[in-house]
Design a protein around this ligand. Sequence first.
Ligand code: TRP
Length: 344
Amino acid sequence: MNTEILTQNQETPIEKKKTIFSGVQPSGNLTIGNYLGAIKNWTDLQDKYNCIYCVVDMHAITVRQVPAELRRRTYETLAVYIAAGLDPEKNTLFVQSHVPAHAVLAWDLNCFTMFGELNRMTQFKDKSAKNADNINAGLFTYPVLMAADILLYQTDLVPVGQDQRQHLELARDIAVRFNNTFSDTFIVPEAYIQKTGMKIMSLAEPTKKMSKSDANPNASVAILDSKDDIIRKFKRAVTDSDTVVRYAEGKDGINNLMSIYSCFTGKDYSEIEREFDGKGYGDFKLAVGETVADSLAPIREKFDALMKDKKYLEEVMRSGADAAQRIAAKTVSKVHRKLGYVGL
Ligand code: TRP
């Protein structure tokens, strides 16, 4: 069902490109976890798929934001996308609040989502524990807005980390429920499993995922951190009382550093073990810090240049929003017809 066949001419039928959709919240400084786990892999998809990447500012306000910071981070997130190699000519890059169809479809889908389903979402439970003074309705219906994001574009594949799997599962359930109530309306999206589905852990508590909203600044490395900061953070990374650089169970800190080093250098674990044979953790941490800083330097440079050119970023936002809006409008009108709204 997902692979419509288009016929270019009699002999060579070509497959329509599948659509990929993903989003990042502009709610913190993007970390090397966001980079290695998501954005870096997306650059490999831009030729093969129809890729749509969104800066989800409407999701961000489910937690209180400082408006000026939200605005700055929205520009920054887009600039990071581009600096990391996502070509705005090949991908649709846009900001969620610029396409009102997200809010419109989210409302419709709210009426196809059960209270009990939302109440089971583990992220809602975690976030309401962390924000006990602001358990707003948006935090509760957050996964419905995410379902709208995905379903608006008739998305085939969604690259998401483990922590978003439950939300994607709900988006699938909502799509199936709507399709069954009326008739086929939405493509039922699937998770896109990335080749390097690396989960980068916190440098301070290596059993926890690295998070851009971690209160401890030494726990995460931002894509845009200075070289000195990056090296200092890696030097301080929590390891263990062993002294040998090797990948093994129980060595969460070292395992994490090895996987980061491996992502940036392409070396596998046994190569890394040989490289640091006879050397201590100090040498290894320094090498990881320098490698990460040097690999990120070109991205940082490009980012700085982009941030000086707000006009250009706004042009990208505008043309991305136009392209997104055109696709979204089709889905919304289809949905509204099926629901029984009067069309004018
Ligand atoms: N909830 C996702 C996160 O915090 C962000 C997101 C919003 C998203 N809409 C999406 C991811 C649609 C994938 C598809 O990581």
